[in-house]
Design a protein around this ligand. Structure first.
Ligand SMILES: [Mg+2]
Length: 303
């Protein structure tokens, strides 16, 4: 078996576990290539020959995983996501057992599920169009704000930082959203608009109830202009009640679609998978890239 491991050595406190993984994986006759991304090795360089391998393992947090998967989509090489970052929401959404030895076993067995990614495109202030793939959530407003405030605390608190930072956003800006999808135009006010590919957050709560990464659809969610403090009890209730039953979600309007164009007035800033986009204008689009990843799964996976 030829296996390519792409690892971000600056990913976080679990960064060394990839070496336990490679030890558990390797057998006589194998070729295991490790590439360490960072200065001098960008995700694009590390993945150029990915089709030469039987497996590709991507090790890092959500930002690394998002960047690398954007480079290898449509290659159909079985890909194992290895959770070595501070925030590993995409790994949690797959649901594989997290131990290095269990992941090595799943990698060798190579059972896969075909899943979607999202694609975000936007114009900068000079009217130039940019694009980036995303695996979890991309959007504007509330979400970008949370991610921005969480960024400073990320190294210490990981996923919890996303929630705690909501406390710091007591008076979010209310914007007007014009959403064009499937030949209709919807006008909504809200504090944010997110496009979700998959949306399970901590303790197995699905932020958008029917959001799945294998249905060929994105979930476009507009968050109603309630105060963030009023939104918090929902999040807290979610943490206390992992099943999520009886969890009211009146704050979201959700549109399931393959593609949407969103105009946001005023512009609220943008992010994808926790990475901030600088200098974006107030118009962006999101579309699904269906069945573009062959993700390795085990018996615990939720897919
Ligand atoms: Mg979906």
């Amino acid at each position: 078996m030829r296996c390519l491991i792409i690892h971000n050595p600056a990913s976080g406190p679990r960064s060394d576990e990839i070496f336990d993984f490679s030890r558990a994986l390797a057998e006589a006759g194998d070729e295991v290539v490790m590439r360490f991304i960072g200065t001098g090795m960008e995700p694009w360089d590390a993945t150029k020959d990915v089709r030469m391998f039987d497996r590709v393992v991507v090790s890092g947090g959500d930002g690394t995983i998002s960047n690398v998967l954007d480079c290898i989509r449509d290659s159909h090489v079985p890909v194992l996501v290895f959770p070595s970052g501070t925030a590993n929401l995409f790994f949690n959404n797959i649901g594989n057992a997290p131990e290095a030895a269990a992941l090595a076993k799943a990698c060798r067995e190579g059972r896969t599920k075909c899943v979607d990614m999202g694609e975000l495109y936007w114009k900068d202030e000079a009217d130039e169009t940019h694009r980036h793939g995303f695996i979890i959530i991309a959007g504007t407003g509330f979400d970008a704000d949370i991610m921005h405030k969480a960024e400073a605390n990320k190294a210490d608190m990981g996923e919890v930082a996303y929630f705690l930072s909501a406390l710091a956003t007591l008076q979010p800006t209310v914007a007007h959203f014009t959403i064009e999808h499937d030949g209709v135009v919807e006008e909504l006010d809200g504090i944010g608009c997110m496009a979700g590919n998959t949306a399970v957050i901590q303790n197995e709560i699905n932020l958008f109830p029917d959001c799945r990464m294998d249905d060929g659809l994105l979930d476009i969610a507009v968050i109603q202009p309630v105060k963030t403090v009023e939104l918090l009890p929902t999040l807290v209730a979610g943490i206390l009640n992992p099943v999520g039953k009886g969890l009211g979600r009146p704050q979201f309007t959700i549109i399931q679609t393959k593609e949407a164009k969103i105009t946001c007035t005023p512009s609220l800033g943008m992010e994808f998978d926790g990475e901030l986009i600088h200098g974006s204008s107030n118009v962006f689009g999101a579309r699904v890239l269906p069945q573009c990843l062959d993700v390795i799964v085990d018996d615990f996976a939720k897919l």
